[in-house]
Design a protein around this ligand. Sequence first.
Ligand code: 5AD
Ligand code: FES
Length: 351
Amino acid sequence: MRELLDKLYATNSLTKEEIIEVLRHLDEADHKDVLFDYAHKTRLAHYGPRVFMRGLVEFSNYCKQDCLYCGIRASNRKVERYRLTPQDILECCTEGYELGYRTFVLQSGEDFWYTEERLEEILGLIKGKYPEVAITLSIGERSRATYERLYKAGADRFLLRHETASKELYEKLHPASMSFDNRMECLRTLKEIGYQVGAGFMVGLPGQTTHHLAEDLHFLHTFQPDMIGIGPFIAHNDTPLKGQKGGTVEDTLTMVAFTRLLVPKANLPATTAMGTLDPQGRERAIKAGANVVMPNLSPISVKDKYSLYENKICTGDEASHCRSCLEMRIKVSGFDIDLGRGDSLNWIQHA
Ligand code: 5AD
Ligand code: FES
């Protein structure tokens, strides 16, 4: 077992069987401490002690999809829906720019009110005013043609978590109208077009086993995304998964550290869901290999409406408050903030 950890550290590679073997024996001896230590050293080797800060704008909570776990799923009638206009979004980015952010992550439910034309307008407004920033889209599944057009219009990166790499588990957590194969195809298409691509998954999903998690890790190793978002599943009370046990901080940290070792050059965010379960969750993720934080820039008036899971943090906080809060947290943990574009080293290598 210790040999497998050493091999993982030395080669950044393990077979799926070896991954399962490691996961089965992590609770023995000091294996977990070794995993975290190796992940931290690997992060230092590639990114040093820097933590990139991205400004997140959650611009619409309308969604045509119906993922069983998600609070803003189409069937949830209790959600008060909102859409930000292109001007509203630009204003959020202006505030973010003044706070120092040079990457903006524009996230929404799958909302086709934002047509190609409207999305192009938004990208044009932001890039017209701030040509040097990076824009990340996180708007779900669209056609290849749309992805191509948005790339040409100035989108640099795209986040589309794979959610789970197990087709069987995916199908249990999504309605029949959603397709695991299409989601994976979208990820491959985005990479082909030239985007920096983010995948990612939830830990502690109902029915998820060690085997499923090994599939996630193995998929990430083979696909080598530029960014990987990993967070604990947290049940939302207005979804079919209400009352289900959620993921733990401990298990999520293990996945973050393991991912750092299997995809050493990826940008890995310390997710808001981690901060929601544990006041120190994001700091712990950073110490386990994460190198990105994504504080929210959305207007206070809509922040609590983008409720994917219960008790999400920071919904009452001004952007400037989160900016200084996170800077303080990062520094206290012994890391440095970096407000640059922070392109993924995985992507720079291939571009
Ligand atoms: N708990 C944790 N994360 C969730 N997400 C959606 N619903 C939940 C939940 N209940 C995650 C999904 C999605 C991302 C934006 O939020 O992984 O891709
Ligand atoms: Fe929002 Fe700390 S990051 S209050």
